[in-house]
Design a protein around this ligand. Structure first.
Ligand code: K1U
Ligand code: ZN
Length: 167
């Protein structure tokens, strides 16, 4: 397995739209395993292929306390959403920044599993938030895009300063 470098906001590659996976083969399974290793090591509760500069519709999620409940969602599509929740979000591509975002409380998502089998998942609470956050990445959207222009400018300045310090 391998750790993959994570793109940092405002890298323009984070704005690319991911293509559907045509065949769930060993290449996709290796990508998903490497993404999972990268997510656990970060640590985070989700990761989209876009964030590791692979523009295919693959996400990994584990919101469990024990970090032993990995979900791999290939070609995920939200087929139903209802309710509203507002929660604090973070992002491995926007390190050190957290802010409130409004999301659906409950979602139904259809996807392919690691064997290429179609599955349906019902999610609410943090899992629903994480699914929506990761699906946004596949559409080229980062959670800070929901914030005001003023906040986005401040976040870009803060990350640019961090990058200068660590360079
Ligand atoms: O997509 C990502 O960048 C991963 C992101 C997912 C996410 C977090 C919070 C709300 C919505 C989506 C993260 O995992 S940020 C790190 C994080 O939340 C976390 C890190 C360690 C322990 C617990 C949570
Ligand atoms: Zn993110």
């Amino acid at each position: 397995m391998a750790l993959l470098p994570i793109l940092r906001y405002p890298d323009p590659r984070l704005a690319k739209v991911a293509a559907p996976v045509e065949k769930v083969d060993d290449g996709i399974r290796t990508l998903a395993r490497n993404m999972a290793e990268t997510m656990y090591e970060a640590p985070g509760i989700g990761l989209a292929a876009t964030q590791v500069n692979v523009h295919k519709q693959v996400i990994v999620i584990d919101v469990s306390e024990t970090k032993d409940d990995l979900l791999v969602l290939i070609n995920p599509q939200i087929t139903h959403r209802d309710g509203l929740q507002v929660g604090e979000e973070g992002c491995l591509s926007v390190p050190g920044i957290y802010d409130k975002v409004e999301r659906a409380e409950h979602v139904t998502v259809r996807f392919l599993d690691m064997d290429g089998q179609p599955r349906t998942l019902e999610a609410d609470g943090l899992l629903a938030v994480c699914i929506q956050h990761e699906l946004d990445h596949l559409q080229g959207k980062v959670f800070v895009d929901y914030l005001s222009q003023l906040k986005q400018g401040r976040i870009k300045a803060k990350l640019a300063k961090q990058a200068r310090i660590t360079a």
